[in-house]
Write a protein that binds this ligand. Structure first.
Ligand code: C2O
Ligand code: CU
Ligand code: CU
Length: 501
């Protein structure tokens, strides 16, 4: 064993100027730096190309453990999450230092029902500030784990909120501290939060949680620090994990119908998913159901997006159902990851189960009233036209400032946001505290997919694309909106909408 991995607190981000150069000359910069001898630079940016220590594939399926509900009262959930350094046994014979909730990564899954009163105590045993953000969930702004509300090392805070009617869906939780979110997440802090409805038309289906993260280990089996290219492009790992396991396998009865809740919890990996052996019927995107199931042959999940799909296993025994990714190009000069197997199910010798009749309509959120005004949001990734003063990753030409309100809107009043990507790479825009509706895009192929008209909390916007979102945020307070490529978010591609009473 050689050097100990740098503790998370050593990580700093490269300066804006350095970032701009890297963005423009990322290939050259990476090659040049790699020649400098490798190892971690004083800035905490890894200069060595990761020499992948592989995680053995093909282990048995692992489900996420549930966070224990410590409340005995009906309609109440009370749990505790301690964020702390821990270790994981991924590569053979190596203990990998990670950051974990309650000792595991992904952390425990939280499961609750619409109407439940939630209390989650966060104990911060990291050496730095953290928060828990309830991604996509309609929680009050002051309970949403914003970067302006840090939880200091050694302290505890309780997040308290009630899940409103209509909030059932697949959400996730992760840290959201100022400038260090990307690292706390790629070192292991995140998990699923599933809100259930008592009138879910799909309640009888077996469910499979597919929580996808993206690991990159160094030659010592430790989580590699970000490279300069990671800060420009967003970090991509070199092995996808499902529920913390690489390419898990499982057996199912022939003809089984399952609902899969798929989470893209990676910092920057676009998951373009195909399924060999069955059709994917999309029933929900992010936290909201579609109005009707939509079958797709390819499902694109940008970072932070989720999809619920219904899948029926083949009817004969010994058949395979393989979920895998295919390459996706997300911008000029960004290396395209090869496709990778996610997991594989094999049908057992049991007799085939009968078909499940998928309802033809589903309870999607109600339509918004007429939008009262339109605001413009421009995403950019090079500070184009900003001279030497601009940041590399901006929203409406500016980098994030926690003191500034970038937009305002009225609580409960619907409006449209026209979002344009002037940059050179895809950016997944996420807005806190709401599900917005994608009402239009200038992209020709949008109509053939499941997203047009759907409600989401994160929308991918391609270079040159303009989308129109309709949204309403019901409760007052300051809400974040940002690119969910976490390196971009932490370098300033984030803004605040102040929702006024
Ligand atoms: Cu999933 Cu503001 O984040
Ligand atoms: Cu969020
Ligand atoms: Cu981005």
């Amino acid at each position: 064993m050689t050097a100990k991995p740098a503790p998370p607190t050593d990580i700093e981000m490269p300066g804006v100027e350095a970032t701009r150069r890297r963005l423009v000359f990322s290939g050259l910069a990476a090659a040049g730096l790699a020649g400098c001898g490798g190892g971690a630079s004083p800035m905490g940016v890894s200069t060595a190309p990761a020499s992948a220590l592989g995680v053995p594939a093909g282990q048995t399926w692992r489900s996420l453990p549930l966070l224990t509900n410590e409340s005995a009262a009906a309609g109440a959930f009370s749990g505790a999450l301690a964020a702390a350094p821990a270790s994981a046994a991924w590569a053979a014979g190596v203990s990998t230092q990670i950051l974990a909730y309650n000792g595991i990564s992904p952390g425990p899954m939280i499961e609750a029902h619409e109407g439940d009163r939630i209390r989650v105590a966060l104990v911060n045993r990291l050496g730095q500030d953290t928060t828990i953000h309830w991604h996509g969930m309609p929680v009050p702004a002051d309970q949403d784990g914003n970067p302006m509300d840090p939880v200091a090392p050694g302290s505890r805070r309780d997040y308290i909120f009630t899940l409103p009617p209509g909030s059932a869906g697949s959400y996730w939780y992760h840290p959201h501290p100022h400038r260090t979110t990307h690292e706390q997440v790629f070192r292991g802090l995140a998990s699923a939060f599933v809100v259930r409805s008592r009138s879910d038309p799909l309640a009888l289906l077996a469910e499979r949680i597919v929580f996808i993260t993206d690991l990159r280990l160094d030659a010592n089996g430790q989580i590699a620090a970000n490279t300069a290219a990671d800060f420009s492009n967003g970090r991509e790992g070199d092995q996808l994990l499902v529920n913390g396991v690489r390419q898990p396998v499982d057996a199912v009865a022939p003809g089984t119908t399952e609902r899969w809740r798929i989470f893209n919890a990676t910092n920057a990996r676009y998951l373009q998913i195909v399924l060999d052996g069955a059709t994917m019927n999309v029933v929900a995107l992010d936290g909201s159901m579609l109005g009707a199931p939509k079958s797709v042959s390819v499902l694109l999940l940008a970072p932070a997006q989720r999809a619920d799909i219904v899948v029926r296993a083949p009817l004969a025994s010994g058949q395979k159902l393989t979920a895998r990714t295919i390459p996706y190009s997300r911008g000029m000069g960004i290396p395209v990851k090869p496709g990778e197997t996610l997991f594989e199910l094999t049908t057992s010798a049991a007799s085939a189960l009968p078909a499940f009749a998928l309802p033809s309509t589903l309870p999607s959120p109600p339509a918004f009233g007429a939008p009262q005004r339109t605001q413009t949001v421009v995403l950019n990734d090079m500070g184009m036209g900003m001279g030497m003063m601009g940041g590399a990753f901006t929203i409406n030409g500016r980098v994030f400032d926690p003191e500034r309100d970038d937009l305002t809107m009225r609580a409960g009043v619907p409006e449209d946001w026209v979002v344009r990507n002037d940059g050179m790479m895809d950016h997944p825009l996420h807005i806190h505290g709401c599900a917005f509706q994608l009402v239009a895009s200038n992209r020709a192929d949008i109509a053939s997919g499941p997203r047009l008209g759907a409600f989401m909390d994160t929308v991918n916007v391609r270079p040159g694309e303009t989308v129109r979102l309709r949204l309403s945020i019901d409760t007052p307070g300051r809400r974040m909106f940002h690119c969910h490529i976490l390196e971009h978010e932490d370098q300033g591609m984030m803004a605040i909408v102040n929702v006024l009473a």
